[in-house]
Ligand binder design. Structure first.
Ligand code: KG4
Ligand code: ZN
Length: 343
């Protein structure tokens, strides 16, 4: 079996082809970041228009890369949410039209499931079950993954997502969008102990997160930067250390709670080197296993949608008659295998 998949939930257009035997055989990506950077964030209408321009050329390029034609494709998968509604509609409409023209099924895919399963594209994929930490621009989730499509959310952010906190802190520090990687770059020259930032919600039980206070802490530090003798790099480093410690504490707590010793970390923020190594050290200390996607599969891409789409296709999932997208779409609502005991 072979599927073609389209990702268009935010500011990246991704198209990939995944073959059940050969694995990933095409992966095309176009990033709109340069276009949005001048506005300091994603402009939804511009994102939709750019997806319209890029999707069909990327599909052609992906088919060329995979050396195959429409008759070799058994299903067309697409990100149906969560994400920007206009952007999602572009991918959904193109995918549904192609499926109709090519006389094959269309399969909607949850973007967060794509992130969650991205490490499955690596040579040494994790075995089920595992704890997943999903850290992206829109979500921070701790998920008990009992198997494919068997997900229980253990904790989530009650305000800003981790990536959002990175991006807002970057803005405060006058760094362009998307600031996550740039905060991290700046932090390399800073002292993570220069400013005392909180480790939000770690002083009480529970697995939820709250990152909006860190942005306020960064803003306060910036206001007093002259009197404190610190630098912007110190703020970046102190901020990054606070996010990292918080994620480590919550992952450790979640692993204790569910009795697992295998951790999967995915989503845009999982590209962060400090976070990758701190979580790696945690799993070393625990004698457990840790898995990440390769850096290019941490942020949005078509490959992860193709992998998740193939699993959904094989599980018999098909799009209904209407072209529906879901700007908000919980992972728990796409479970097919979750046992009641998981609650
Ligand atoms: O998963 P993703 O590409 O898009 C969403 O589904 O949200 O995540 C994008 C987020 C942005 O907030 C970006 O700043 C953040 O991931 N990010 C990083 C790094 N690379 C990307 N944050 C911290 N350090 C990084 N190296
Ligand atoms: Zn994403």
């Amino acid at each position: 079996m072979r599927v073609l998949a389209i990702e268009s939930s935010c500011d990246e257009t991704g198209v990939a082809v995944y073959d059940q035997e050969k694995g990933l055989i095409a992966n095309q990506l176009y990033s709109q970041i340069a276009m949005h950077a001048m506005y300091g964030g994603v402009v939804p209408e511009l994102a939709s228009r750019d997806h319209i321009r890029k999707t069909v050329p990327l599909i052609k390029a992906a088919l060329h890369e995979a050396s195959c034609g429409p008759s070799d494709i058994d299903a067309v998968c697409y990100t149906a949410g969560p994400g920007l509604i206009g952007a999602l509609m572009v991918g959904a409409t193109v995918a549904r039209s192609l499926a109709y023209a090519w006389n094959c099924p269309a399969v909607p895919v949850n973007h967060m499931e794509g992130h969650l399963l991205a490490p499955m594209l690596e040579d040494n994929p994790p075995a089920y079950p595992f704890l997943a930490l999903l850290v992206s621009g829109g979500h921070t989730l701790l998920i008990k993954v009992d198997g494919f499509a068997a997900y229980s959310i253990l904790g989530e952010s009650i305000d800003d997502a981790a990536g959002e906190a990175f991006d807002k802190t970057a803005k405060l520090l006058d760094l362009p969008y998307p600031g996550g990687p740039l905060v991290s770059e700046l932090a390399k020259n800073g002292n993570p102990r220069a400013f005392k930032f909180p480790r939000p919600m770690t002083d009480r039980p529970g697995l939820d997160f709250s990152f909006s206070g860190l942005k306020t802490a960064a803003s306060n530090a910036l206001m007093h930067i002259d009197s404190s003798g610190g630098t912007k790099a110190d703020i970046a480093a102190s901020f990054e250390a606070a996010v990292t410690d918080t994620l480590v504490i919550k992952c450790s707590r979640a692993l204790d709670q569910i009795g697992f010793n295998r951790l999967v970390v995915a989503g845009g923020v999982s590209a962060n080197q400090r976070i990758r190594s701190a979580l790696g050290e945690l799993m070393d200390r625990r004698g457990g296993e840790i898995y990440f996607p390769r850096l290019s599969f941490c942020t949005d891409n078509g490959a992860m949608i193709a992998y998740a789409g193939m699993q959904r296709f094989l599980a018999g999932e098909r799009a209904g008659n209407q072209i529906k997208v879901h700007p908000r779409w919980s992972l728990e609502s796409v479970c097919i295998n979750r046992s009641p005991a998981a609650d």
